[in-house]
Ligand binder design. Structure first.
Ligand SMILES: Cc1cc2nc3c(=O)[nH]c(=O)nc-3n(C[C@H](O)[C@H](O)[C@H](O)COP(=O)(O)O)c2cc1C
Length: 262
């Protein structure tokens, strides 16, 4: 599948086959994609614990809960607990030295004195600020997004889940105090159709993107839209015919409790 098609096919898949385990290699490919994502200063704060339902201790599975459509946790054969470790920022200077050494900082090794005397003291003076929520979470999001696309490329489905129990989950998993638990990601083989009812609605393009200043919409070419439709990135909008019936069937087949919303 081409990248554009993978992006087009990515949907939050809430209904996973609870009976079909996921090959560890497929999870590894997701993690490899997350690892090579960009991170400011090459710090790399993104971390994960992969929880496999087949082998995880019961108390860990019991601790993992989500308030919105929480049945997904019960269905998923794999749950990736994404977290970040602010301690990585303590060795930021070494990451920058490494970038310089491999020519990835835009200057050569002959500028290492400038790195030591100019750039590193600036970062050092704001180290605690750099550990605060914000830019690190953005970078972790990039890694999680890359992992998500690789999941879909391999025929898997996933859904990201927020939860107020994240801190407790992190505690049960033994994360050090320097860590912030970010998100749960269910992973498995989809029980629903690949279209999952069609591409989900989004806010209008013109509302989101601006040119040269706020309020001047970035021009949207019809030609590009047609091209992306041909490539499978822009797909039939939801709801596709039969989605309501599909959902009812999925709820019955997977024994989803209550309305399925909570
Ligand atoms: C950061 C994040 C947190 C989310 N948390 C939840 C959640 O707790 N429960 C849930 O059912 N869906 C959750 N979702 C899925 C969104 O509701 C979903 O992305 C949205 O409905 C759009 O659908 P799509 O991802 O298929 O395009 C989350 C998505 C993101 C990106």
């Amino acid at each position: 599948m081409e990248l554009r098609q993978v992006i087009g096919n990515r949907r939050s898949m809430r209904f996973l086959r609870p009976y079909q385990p996921v090959e560890p290699e497929k999870i590894q490919r997701m993690l490899e994609a997350a690892r090579i994502a960009s991170h400011w200063g090459n710090v790399g704060t993104l971390r994960a614990v992969v929880v496999m339902r087949d082998s995880a201790p019961v108390e860990i599975m019991d601790a993992i809960t989500a308030p919105i459509a929480g049945y997904q946790v019960r269905l998923a054969p794999v749950i990736i607990v994404w977290f970040l470790d602010t301690a990585a920022i303590d060795s930021q200077a070494d990451q920058l030295r490494e970038l310089l050494a491999v020519g990835a900082l835009g200057v050569g090794e002959n500028k290492s004195d400038d790195l030591e005397n100019q750039l590193l003291p600036i970062f050092e003076s704001i180290r605690d600020i750099l550990k605060e929520p914000g830019i690190n979470e953005v970078d972790c999001g990039q890694g999680i997004a890359q992992a998500t696309l690789v999941a879909f490329e391999q025929g898997l489905g996933t859904c990201l889940l927020g939860s107020p129990s994240l801190e407790e989950v992190g505690h049960k998993l033994g994360l050090p105090g320097t860590c912030r638990t970010l998100l749960l990601q269910t992973v498995g083989y989809p029980a629903e159709s690949a279209e999952a009812g069609g591409q989900r609605p989004r806010r209008p393009f013109a509302e989101l993107f601006h040119l040269n200043g706020y309020g001047n919409p970035f021009p949207r070419s019809e030609e590009v839209i047609e091209e992306l439709k041909r490539d499978g990135m822009l797909q039939q909008p939801a709801p596709l015919k039969g989605r309501e019936d599909e959902l009812e069937w999925l709820h019955r087949a997977l024994d989803v409790p209550g309305s399925g919303l909570i």
